[in-house]
Write a protein that binds this ligand. Sequence first.
Ligand SMILES: Cc1ncc(COP(=O)(O)O)c(C=O)c1O
Length: 432
Amino acid sequence: MKLESYQQIKDDRLTHRGYDYERIAQEYQTPLYIFDEPSFIERVKGYRDQFQSEVFETEILYASKALLTKEIARLVARLDIGQDVVSAGEIYAGQAGGIDAKRMYFHGNNKTDQELLYAIKNGVGTIVLDNQSEAHRLNHLIQQSNEGHIQKVLLRVNPGIEASTHEYILTATNDSKFGENIHDSEIFMVISEIAALSHLNLVGFHSHIGSQIFEADSFLKASESLIDFAQKVMEQTALKITELNFGGGFGVYYTEEDQPFDVIDYLPRFVKQIEKAIQEAKLPIEKVAIEPGRSLVNASGSTLYRVGDLKQTLSGKHYLFVDGGMTDNIRPALYQAKYEAALVNKITDSAKASYTIAGKACESGDKIIESIMLPEATPGDLLLVNGTGAYNFTMASNYNYIPRPAMIHVTEETIKLTVKRDTLDDLVRNQL
Ligand SMILES: Cc1ncc(COP(=O)(O)O)c(C=O)c1O
C-alpha cells in the first residue's frame, strides 16, 4: 500500500502521525473512519492559492457530497472556500458547521419544491438549474412565496464531452441525466426563456464532465467548449454572461493503476488557459469557479478494520473477513472501485498470500478488495484501507442493520471524535 505523508513505520508497525493504530482501535473501536486534518488543510490552501486570476474573481467550491460532517463543514468555513450542495440536507449540515449559505451553490437534477424553498429561505447564494422545467418551477415558487426575491442562478449545461472514467461517474455524455445539452437545436431559445423569468437572474453556466478524470486535457477541452458556447449565447441572445463554473472531477490515486496529475501544479496553467480563451471570446466574465470533491478529501481518509475469520474456499480462494464492508464503503460493489490495504501490525512482514477482503453483509458482492497480496493474516490483525476519504462516509448505509462507523480526525496535536458510531437504538430511532 502506498503510504501517505502522515503514515510512518515505527517498530515494525504502521502509525498515523505517531499514533499506533492498535491504540486507536482500542480507544475508538473498529470499523473506524480516520481523517487526517493537516493534509486536507494543506491541500485546500494549495487549491485556493493556486486558483487565482487578475482578470476575474475565482472561487473553490468544495463538493461536499464527497464527505460532509459538521466538523468538515467547520473546516471548510474556516478555510474560506464555498460549498457545492445537492440537497436540503447538505445545506443544513453546511450551515450547522458555519458555512455561509451565500457561498453555497445548489445543484441537483430534481430538487424538490420544499428543497428550493428551503434554499431560498436560508439565503443560498446560487442555485444551479438543471433544466428548463426547474427554472419555471423555481420562478413560480418565488413568485408565490417571496415576491421581492430575485435568485441568482446558473444553468447546468452538458457539453457532450466523453472523458475516460466509469460509466456511473461520467456525467456529460449526450445521454446524461444532468443539464441541458449545448448541441440541442433549441438551446438558445431555452436560455432566452430562462433569462426572461422575472425572479431569476441567470448569470452564466456550469458544467461537470465526470469524476476520477486523469487527463488534464479533458478539463481544458470542457472549459474551451463552455467558453465557446457562452460566446454563442451572447451572440444569439440578449444575455450577459458573467460567471462560469467548471465543476470538479480531478482524478486521485487509489491503486497503482491510477496516475493522477498534480492538481495544485496544474491550476495556474488552467487559469491562464481560461483567461486566454475568455479574452479571445471577449466575454465579460467576472467570476470563475471549480468544484473539487474527491481530490480534496480522498487521500486524507482511511478506514481501519479488525480482521475476523479467514476462510479458504473449495477452489482455493482465501477470504479475509473484516468487521465492516459495503455498509461503510459501497464503491467496490457499486462501480468496481479498487483499493490498497495493509495489515498495520505486520507492515514490515513480506506478502505471502493473495486474499479477497470481504465484509460482513449478506451480499456476495460485499467485497472491499477482490485480490491483494498480504502477509499471513490471523484473526485480530488490523487492516487499514487507504484512500477512503471521499464517497465512503457519505454513501454509507445501515444495510443488515449494521451500525455505521465512527469518525475521528487526527490533527498535529490530538485525535478528536467527530462522528459517533451508530448505536443499536439509532437504527430504530425513526421507527414508530
Ligand atoms: C456538479 C458536480 N460538481 C462537483 C462534483 C465533484 O466531483 P469530484 O468529487 O470527482 O471532484 C460532482 C460529483 O459528482 C458533481 O456532480
